[in-house]
Design a protein around this ligand. Structure first.
Ligand code: PMP
Length: 391
């Protein structure tokens, strides 16, 4: 008789099959064959010299993608949220005043993360689809004198790309660090970490970089490092402590890498290749392609009689388009119809935009006009076949 009280699960005794699907939601996006192949390379030890060389290549790739010379540049083992927590946990101490710009869900989440570690959280809030002017930001910086100001570059919940110019200088004028979330925009919309005086910038692997989710590039300026390495208390997270991550990624002066955690070795291969594709394409070309493809999509949507949620053209995020949920339709029926009949993922709203929009992502290798034609056809088919109430 077996000593086991839990039998092997039947579901795990079945063959493992995953369908092919076109991922035109706000992420993850499809992973091109070159990156899939990279993840099938042989496993290496996480501190083998070859792995360390790959980590160094990733660091150079992030410096290029972020346009920064920062030595403190690495990839967190985890999704975008891990980088978000890494940024805030390290730079903010309990009792510190922080200022968060909320124009969608990512500001809301950043505020909650800062609250959880006992920061004094102040917010400026605007409605979904809008962004802040530099003078609104300056007024709040002058009022709250925060140690950190958080802004989302590409608000994937609302489809807004936030202007960045001049804000870093304003932050420094008031003694704040400037933290930018570019998970949904990096590689698809211009950002220059050093030139725009950004102190902490992070992104995710699974959007424009087309790698699987699970690694998150992040970089810290000297000013940010000064605040972080002169803090009085230890960060609440051992795993995300920059002291440790700096040693693990060779960002400190020490000659040898120190074991901190076992990095996701094959995920690092995929990130290396995602960054390599961006380097080969060239940032400026990548930004232009995302913009051109998004504009082609927007024109097609308007021709179909659909409305874009973000009215101001220059505030439209090229990577994630928000479409006003077609009046009279149930948005869930539309997304389900497109998945079932066209094998394409698109999504509804998130946070403040739930029920208001449909969201379509065109990121990295998915940003091309053929995909736009496919999704326009799928949307038009859905509008013909889904139920429409009289409005
Ligand atoms: N910030 C933004 C702007 C995002 O779009 C996302 C992911 N949708 C995140 C942060 C969080 O990333 P992840 O889901 O990889 O944790």
């Amino acid at each position: 008789m077996s000593s086991l009280s839990v039998p092997p699960p039947q579901c795990l005794l079945q063959p493992f099959v995953v369908p092919h699907r076109l991922l035109l939601g706000p992420g993850p996006s499809n992973v091109p064959a070159r990156i899939v192949t990279a993840t099938c390379q042989p496993m290496l030890g996480h501190l083998h010299p070859e792995t360390i060389e790959i980590m160094d290549q990733i660091k150079s790739g992030i410096q290029y993608a972020f346009q920064t010379q920062n030595c403190m540049t690495l990839a967190v083992s985890g999704p975008g949220h891990a980088a978000m927590e890494c940024a805030i946990f390290n730079s903010v101490e309990p009792g510190d005043s922080v200022l968060i710009a909320v124009n969608g869900i990512w500001g809301e989440r950043a505020a909650e993360i800062a609250q959880r570690i006992g920061a004094k959280v102040n917010m400026i809030v605007t409605s979904a689809g809008r962004y802040f002017t530099n003078s609104e930001i300056e007024q709040a910086l002058a009022k709250y004198k925060p140690v950190l100001f958080f802004l989302t570059h590409g608000e994937s919940s609302t489809g807004v790309v936030h202007p960045i110019d001049g804000i870093g200088e304003l932050c420094h004028k008031y003694g704040s660090l400037f933290l930018v979330d570019s998970v949904a925009a990096l590689g698809g919309s211009p950002i220059y970490m050093d030139k725009q005086a950004i102190d902490i910038l992070y992104t995710g692997s699974q959007k424009v970089l087309n790698a699987p989710p699970g690694t998150a590039p992040i970089s810290f300026s000297e000013r940010a490092c000064y605040k972080i390495f002169s803090r009085k208390t230890k960060p609440v997270s051992y795993f995300l402590d920059l002291n440790w991550l700096a040693s693990y990624w060779g960002c400190d002066e020490k000659p040898a890498r120190i074991y901190h955690h076992t990095g996701p070795v094959t995920a690092l291969y995929s990130l290396r290749e995602g960054l390599a594709i961006l380097a080969e394409t060239g940032l400026e070309k990548s930004w232009k392609r995302h913009k051109d493809v998004a504009e082609y999509f927007h024109t097609g949507l308007e021709k179909m009689g659909l409305k874009l949620f973000v009215e101001e053209k220059k505030a439209r995020l090229p990577t994630v388009t928000t479409i006003v949920a077609p009046p009279g339709y149930d948005w869930k029926e539309i997304t389900r119809f497109i998945m079932k009949n066209h094998n394409i993922e698109i999504s509804g709203g998130l946070g403040p935009s739930v029920g208001m929009v449909l969201r379509v992502g065109l990121m990295g290798c998915n940003s091309n006009k053929d995909h736009v034609d496919m999704i326009l056809e799928a949307l038009s088919d859905a509008l013909k076949h889904c139920h429409k109430s009289k409005v």
